[in-house]
Design a protein around this ligand. Structure first.
Ligand SMILES: [Cu+2]
Length: 689
């Protein structure tokens, strides 16, 4: 890869010098960096346009990494502090300045050598957004033409002056009231800003939007849900408008190959997530990798990872471009780590499997209109793909097990495998470094009617009370798709930080317990770790200022995992002097409500104190005959829905909008567990005596 990219870079540089060449890149320097191996600067979310997250810096290596200490740590003035937030952004660095965005879409410029503030831009986004499915977060920025670009949770793409942070333009892609938002970092290249969109849980129509970097004008949009007559239109039922509400959103930064002229991205789940009964067909381009012509948005190819998805098996992690040699032939590859636990390895010229992916017959449920076959990649999965039987559940199965209204245990589940967090690729080892979450979900369909801007899930999935949740890190060989090494970790990481790799033979990643970890890229052995004091669930990056190499990570936790919330940016170098902080409270390793039991409390608030995704109190003990009042004190609609003995919905508040209350009477002694169906990582318990 490096040689190819160098060649491309040299070619671009040479072309730029030719007097006959009429077209000059809008930002030749950024375009060159975007196509070059990553060195001193890190100018886009994935390091460069390959999304490899591979740094050529090697001052820090396997022999000296254990000497790393904190160079500086800066707290971002309380931005993104509160339980509803996750801190997921990768910082960008150019010419000694670091740029970082928080879960509140606030952007900060810091001196990359000292951590001092240079400027700040507070987003002022509406704090009452009801369209955020899964925590307030922002995965990062893009830069070009003297601007920084970001997508906001309120569905605007914004350009800021890179020197001052002042807004240059702001373009609404949609309105958040209709269920849309943006969490992914955009990609800038050659005068165009590419942005994904969220809302897969709200019945939206997903798309990639290309904007003119100078003006913010929308150049084109490509819908991930094809209309009748479009490529893929036949994969939706004829004569219906389900394709208009089928989700298929984009949670990640695209990759781009300038030589092929293609932009690549991965596409999220189908909506309604757990109910396929009305959307017979493969439902393109849900759970797919897609390539478009980068200038025009014209369709080039696609590969669907999961047909007719009913499990929330998003392709949420960024697609990654790499070059390899298979059977003596140089090949142009693209890889994507799915929630299925597989890495899908394709030829990026045409979308055909590079190593082999076989269509196999799978279990059938006619009411769900399940697909007859599903793609099984040749090679190894990174996480276990079968659920273990559990008491209270009559049905348990493997990756494509079917379900209807009776809760059914499935693994990896839509919250397992690799979620949004990026893997990295190291051309020296030829390995992908893949974060994985290991957990089981109980799936059940209950049906839903589409209402603009409202949750449209059609069912739920929740980890059974008392079931184990953990994670792993896996090196997958890019030429075989087999496990090269694998290390288990106590906490879920597939929806957390992701990995970055560097030429010093290292892989860096954060951990929900608060540590940043360096592993040997060849063996996976832990060579160094350091406690940041907050959940370290963003992807690290590597840069250089004044001859010193730094590793940086945002540390502020992940609301879905419940790791320590905060607003810290940490950097590390061989000259660093700062020691570690106290660890934050560790996240749960077993599903279910935790914490103290309130005695006699008959009022349960939902989403209070800017936490949004929790019950207060989580657990309460009351006398038989007590009427408990559930009140939504948050902004997003929530429910309290019984989740007991392998069943959902024995009692249910139904959807409570902000400010609404519902009472439930508890007559019989016993333990009553419940969840929020749109946010099934929220658990509560009423103990009745
Ligand atoms: Cu909720």
């Amino acid at each position: 890869m490096r040689r190819d990219v160098w060649r491309a870079a040299v070619m671009v540089a040479a072309v730029g010098l030719l007097p006959l060449c009429p077209v000059r890149a809008a930002d030749p320097e950024i375009d060159r960096l975007l196509q070059s191996p990553v060195g001193k600067d890190w100018v886009t979310n994935g390091g460069n346009m390959t999304n490899q997250r591979y740094s050529t810096l090697k001052q820090i290596d396997t022999s000296n990494v254990k000497q790393l200490k904190g160079a500086w740590m800066t707290r971002l003035k309380g931005s993104g502090v509160g339980g509803k937030y996750s801190f997921e952004a990768t910082p960008l660095v150019k010419d000694g300045v670091m740029y970082i965005v928080t879960g509140n879409d606030d952007v900060f410029a810091l001196n990359a050598k000292t951590g001092e503030f240079l400027w700040e831009r507070w987003s002022g986004i509406d704090q009452k957004l009801t369209s955020v499915c899964c925590g307030w977060d922002n995965r990062g920025l893009a830069m070009g033409e003297g601007m920084l670009f970001l997508g906001q949770l309120d569905a605007n793409v914004v350009a800021l002056d890179i020197k001052t942070g002042k807004e240059v333009w702001k373009t609404p892609i949609e309105v958040w009231q209709d269920g849309y938002g943006i969490t992914s970092a955009p990609l800038y290249y050659d005068g165009i800003v590419y942005s994904g969109i969220t809302g897969g849980e709200y019945g939206v129509r997903g798309r990639l939007t290309a904007l003119d970097a100078k003006s913010g004008k929308i150049l084109w949009r490509w819908y991930t849900l094809p209309a009748p007559g479009d490529v893929g239109g036949e994969s939706w039922p004829a004569g219906t408008d389900h394709y208009m509400h089928g989700g298929a959103t984009i949670w990640n930064t695209p990759a781009l190959d300038p030589q092929l002229g293609l932009v690549y991205f991965s596409v999220g789940n189908c909506g309604p997530d757990y109910d396929g009964s009305m959307r017979e067909g493969d439902n393109l381009f849900c759970a797919s990798v897609v390539a478009l012509k980068a200038k025009t948005g014209e369709y080039a190819w696609h590969f669907q990872e999961v047909h007719h998805d009913i499990w929330d098996y998003d392709a949420a992690s960024p697609s990654l471009l790499f070059d390899t040699v298979i059977n003596g032939q140089p090949r142009k590859g693209i890889a994507q780590a799915g929630r299925t636990g597989w890495v899908y390895i394709l030829d990026r010229t045409n979308g055909k499997p590079l190593i082999g992916i076989e269509e196999r017959a799978v279990p059938q449920e006619p009411r769900q209109k399940t697909a007859k076959t599903q793609p099984y990649p040749t090679g190894d999965a990174t996480v276990p793909q079968c659920a273990q039987p559990l008491e209270g559940y009559e049905r348990a199965g493997c990756i494509f097990e079917v379900f209807w209204e009776e809760p059914t245990l499935v693994q990896p589940s839509g919250i397992g495998g690799t979620n949004w967090s990026p893997m990295s690729y190291n051309p020296d080892t030829g390995y992908f470094y893949v974060p994985g979450t290991i957990r089981t979900s109980a799936f059940a369909r209950y049906g839903d009617t589409y209402k603009k801007g409202k949750q449209y899930n059609g069912g739920t999935q929740a980890a059974p009370i008392g079931s184990a949740m953990s994670g792993n890190w896996t090196a997958i060989a890019s030429n075989t798709n087999k496990v090269a090494w694998q290390k288990d970790v106590p906490y879920r990481v597939g929806g957390g930080g992701g990995s970055t790799t560097a030429a010093g033979g290292l892989v860096f990643h954060g951990d929900p317990s608060g540590t940043i970890v360096a592993r040997d890229a060849k063996t996976g052995d832990v060579l160094w770790q350091f406690q940041t004091g907050f959940g370290a669930e963003a992807t690290p990056m590597v840069y250089e200022v004044d001859g010193d190499e730094y590793v940086a990570i945002a540390a502020g936790g992940n609301q879905g995992v419940g790791s320590g919330n905060g607003d810290a940016v940490w950097t590390f170098s061989l000259k660093g002097q700062l020691g570690p902080l106290w660890p934050p409270p560790p996240p749960d390793t077993v599903a279910g409500p935790t914490g103290p039991i309130a005695e006699g409390e008959d009022k349960v608030k939902i989403g209070d104190n800017n936490v949004e995704y929790a019950y207060f109190p989580r657990r309460t003990r009351v006398k038989a005959g007590t009427t408990v009042t559930f009140t939504n004190a948050g902004d997003t609609p929530h429910t309290a829905t019984a989740f007991e003995n392998g069943k959902f919905g024995g009692w249910d508040t139904g959807v409570l909008n902000s400010g609404e209350s519902k009472t439930v009477n508890f007559d019989k002694p016993g333990s009553y567990y419940y969840i929020c169906t749109p946010h099934p990582w929220m658990y509560g318990q009423i103990i009745v005596e």
